[in-house]
Design a protein around this ligand. Structure first.
Ligand code: ATP
Ligand code: MG
Length: 158
C-alpha cells in the first residue's frame, strides 16, 4: 500500500514515547515535506519496533535515542541512534545474522532471541531497501535503513 512515511513514523515514535522507561529520552528529527513509500506497513512496523526496542534495551540510564529521517533523491533514509554499549566493529555485519547476539553473557539477562535484526534485514530487502549498522564501542550505535521513494506523478510532457 502507499503510505505517507513521515506521519507513519511520527505515530510509531509517539507510541514508544508513551511508555518510555524513566531517564531515557527519545527524540525525532523529521522532514516537513510529505513523502510516499510503497510498503507493507505492518512489516515496516515490525522492523521499527525491533530497532527502537534494541536502542532502548542497550541504552544506559539517561541515554538519548534519536530517530532521524532524511529524504534523498530516490530514497528515504531512516536512522535510529543510541548512546548505548555499542557493537564491536568486527560484529557489525553479524548482528543481522539469525540468532547472533554480541555478548552471550551480557545479552542473556536482557532477553531476546537474536532474530530481530535478521528479520528486519529480510523485510527491508523485500522492500528493495538496505539496512546497515554503524557503532563506536562504548559510545553508541546507529542502525540505518533506506527505502525507495515513490516517484511523484508527472505530466506526460515532463
Ligand atoms: P530479539 O530482537 O530477537 O528480541 P535481540 O535484540 O538480542 O533479540 P537482534 O535485535 O537481532 O536480537 O540484535 C542482535 C544483537 O545485536 C543483539 O543481541 C545485540 O548484541 C546487538 N545489538 C542490536 N542492537 C543493538 C544496539 N542498539 N546497541 C548495542 N547492541 C545491539
Ligand atoms: Mg532485538
Amino acid at each position: 500500500e502507499r503510505v505517507e512515511y513521515i506521519e507513519y513514523i511520527d505515530q510509531i515514535i509517539d507510541r514508544f514515547s508513551l511508555n518510555l522507561k524513566e531517564g531515557l529520552s527519545l527524540k525525532r528529527v523529521l522532514p516537513k515535506d510529505r513523502c510516499y513509500v510503497w510498503m507493507d506497513s505492518d512489516k515496516l512496523t515490525q522492523v521499527l519496533d525491533n530497532i527502537i526496542s534494541n536502542a532502548i534495551k542497550y541504552s544506559p540510564e539517561g541515554g538519548e535515542i534519536n530517530v532521524t529521517v532524511n529524504i534523498e533523491r530516490h530514497h528515504i533514509l531512516t536512522k535510529v541512534s543510541d548512546e548505548g554499549v555499542g557493537i564491536p566493529q568486527e560484529n557489525l555485519e553479524k548482528v543481522f545474522d539469525r540468532f547472533y547476539r554480541v555478548d552471550k553473557a551480557r545479552t542473556r539477562q536482557l532477553g531476546g532471541t537474536g532474530l530481530g535484526l535478521a528479520i528486519a534485514k529480510e523485510l527491508i530487502e523485500a522492500h528493495d531497501g538496505k539496512i546497515w549498522a554503524e557503532s563506536r564501542e562504548g559510545k553508541g550505535t546507529t542502525i540505518s535503513f533506506s527505502l525507495p521513494l515513490m516517484r511523484k506523478k508527472r505530466g506526460r510532457s515532463s
